[in-house]
Design a protein around this ligand. Structure first.
Ligand code: HEC
Ligand code: HEC
Length: 254
């Protein structure tokens, strides 16, 4: 309970800080004074593992003082291809993975040593190719799917995130929550994939009853969020598959 409460306020703080920073700096990744590995970590990993590396166990493991980080090849595989409920990151190059792996192995009180791009390239052998990526603006869900998702959203999410997905709850006495569509959502989620959105949502939402929805229901809700955000519909549904969703990136309207 207390962890969740702390996470909520931390979340508000992060959203608030990004909101301010983004008045002058449009790209969410731009974090003055931080090195590239830390920037990558903040953009792609901190949502679940936290800036402090403490994670949110048991849902999201701590990376601080996590002995698994001694195994370089295992880290590379987890980032590139995912692991269990962790989404894959097929868009990260060997150089990006080396940077973020270096960061997590030496941040906080960790002392697991460096990682070279060569070692990452060797560990990537036979894993996900850095293939074509799609955007949420490419027509990646259908209208029927968004309609199904709307029914799920109304029953399981609107209560806290608001009927208009603007984060203002239906009950005025309730604390506000992050918006799930439009400019502020796009800024916070810029550069992240739909696999991250699915993995996070499936494990933590609805906040009052996490993991109570099926994966299909979660994917349908995502289609609904995108439709409210103004993204176009297409001929094919979004599939409940982290690998495919990892190749669809959230970003500004082209
Ligand atoms: C009981 C209230 C509650 C319900 C119901 C709920 N949420 Fe949330 N949601 C929250 C809170 C609080 C946060 C902020 C968590 C944090 O930052 O630690 C949040 C955060 C999120 C985020 C991350 C947004 C961001 O930018 O950080 C997503 C995505 C999300 N919720 C989706 C959903 C979906 C989809 C549903 C319905 C299946 C849902 N939520 C139901 C309270 C709720
Ligand atoms: C949507 C949430 C989420 C995001 C985002 C995320 N992770 Fe994870 N991570 C997890 C979960 C869940 C596990 C536990 C996986 C399991 O063992 O089932 C995990 C496990 C790990 C592990 C330990 C794996 C092992 O060897 O046991 C490492 C290292 C890790 N994550 C690094 C990262 C890095 C680096 C990023 C960013 C590039 C990242 N994670 C982004 C959820 C996430």
């Amino acid at each position: 309970m207390s962890t969740r409460g702390a996470g909520f306020y931390r979340g508000l703080l992060v959203v608030g800080v990004l909101g301010l920073a983004c008045v002058s700096v449009p790209a969410a990744a731009a974090q003055p004074g931080s090195e590239p590995g830390q920037q990558l970590y903040r953009q792609h990993c901190a949502l679940c593992h936290q800036d402090s590396g403490a994670g949110n166990p048991p849902t999201f493991p701590a990376l601080r003082a996590n002995d698994q980080l001694g195994d370089q090849a295992r880290i590379v595989r987890s980032i590139n291809a995912g692991r269990g409920r962790m989404p894959p990151f097929p868009a990260l190059t060997a150089e990006d993975i080396a940077r973020v792996a270096n960061y997590i192995r030496n941040a906080w009180a960790n002392d697991f040593g460096g990682v070279t791009t060569e070692a990452v390239t060797a560990a990537l052998e036979g894993l996900e190719e850095a293939g074509p990526m799609a955007s949420v603006w490419d027509g990646v869900f259908t209208e029927a799917q968004a309609t199904r998702g709307e029914a799920v959203y109304t029953g399981a999410c609107a209560f806290c995130h608001g009927r208009r997905l603007n984060g203002a709850p239906d009950d005025p006495d309730m604390r506000s929550t992050p918006p799930l569509a439009r400019a502020r959502f796009l800024r916070v989620w810029n550069g992240r994939s739909l696999a991250t959105l699915l993995a996070y949502t499936r494990a933590t939402m609805p906040e009052d009853n996490p993991s109570s929805l099926t994966t299909q229901e979660n994917v349908d809700v995502i289609a609904y969020l995108l439709s409210v955000g103004g993204m176009p519909t297409g001929d094919d549904e979004l599939l409940p598959d982290l690998r495919g969703l990892a190749r669809v990136v959230i970003g500004p309207q082209p």
